[in-house]
Design a protein around this ligand. Structure first.
Ligand code: GCO
Ligand code: CA
Length: 255
């Protein structure tokens, strides 16, 4: 009985920004738990490559290539998924980007890009999806926050601002949609080995700092986020709402 709580059989899961990195790892994990995963990103070729790997493993997968920062494209993309693949049961708002620069020198165009990718996208996609989940009386929204939803560090003020906002959008959505049996939660990754962090991993000093600052004493792997993603996408979390689940090796638990 207990393991069936984590089954995603018969569910359709849209994962934004899932052509690579954390998004792809979570999509593969949800697929292994039984979901029909819909991969999203701007690069159709990358999505097709990722989808082929999942399909080869004998699992159901579709692709939906649209730019999550383009409101019209999101509206059309979500409508197409619902008509071509079926009702979206699970939405993982993973699409995100990082830009690092001293605040006083941070280019305003980069500010707009970080806010659009990390925050506007969550509004656009979640609104398009929940407009359809509400009448169905069920749904799972999983936002990707960060340890930066709670903590700051130099050179990433825009990213930090957006991840704090994602935490509060999670709580606001929980407050408003909970009565429709829609649970909205978030995952807060710590320092994970991804493309987005390549420069940090290569920096010996920074990497040593991560290992000393993290109780687990190491960087995390993308596959280590899969358990939290399955949990928050499944019936196992039906009474969890508005929660930011840190997967950070304990970083935010200690000074
Ligand atoms: C940085 C990193 C972090 C991590 C992640 C932690 O520059 O400090 O990019 O922001 O990527 O967001 O959750
Ligand atoms: Ca279904």
């Amino acid at each position: 009985m207990s393991l069936s709580l984590f089954s995603l059989e018969g569910k359709i899961a849209l994962v934004t920004g899932s052509g690579q990195g954390i998004g792809l790892a979570m999509a593969e994990g949800l697929s292994e738990a039984g979901a029909h995963v819909v991969l999203n990103g701007r690069d159709r070729a990358k999505l097709e490559t990722a989808a082929r790997a999942i399909a080869t493993a004998g699992r159901k997968v579709s692709i939906a290539a649209f730019d999550v920062t383009d409101h019209a494209a999101v509206e059309a993309g979500v409508a197409a998924i619902e008509s071509e693949t079926g009702p979206i049961d699970i939405l993982i708002n993973n699409a995100g980007m990082q830009k690092r620069a001293p605040f006083t020198e941070f280019p305003v165009d980069d500010w707009h890009q970080v806010v659009a990718t990390n925050l506007h996208s969550v509004f656009y996609v979640t609104q398009a999806v929940t407009r359809r989940m509400v009448p169905r009386g069920r749904g799972k929204i999983v936002n990707i926050g960060s340890v930066m939803s709670e903590l700051g560090r130099p050179t990433i003020v825009p990213y930090t601002a957006t991840k704090g906002a994602v935490k509060m959008m999670t709580r606001g959505l929980a407050a408003e949609l909970g009565k429709h049996n829609i649970q909205t939660n978030a995952i807060g990754p710590g320092y994970i080995v991804t493309e987005l962090n390549k420069a940090l991993i290569a920096d010996e000093t920074f990497s040593s700092w991560v290992k000393s600052r993290t109780p687990s004493g190491r960087w995390g792997e993308t596959r280590e986020l899969v358990g939290a993603a399955i949990f928050l996408s499944s019936a196992a979390s039906d009474y969890v709402n508005g929660h930011l689940l840190m997967v950070d090796g304990g970083l935010t638990a200690v000074v």
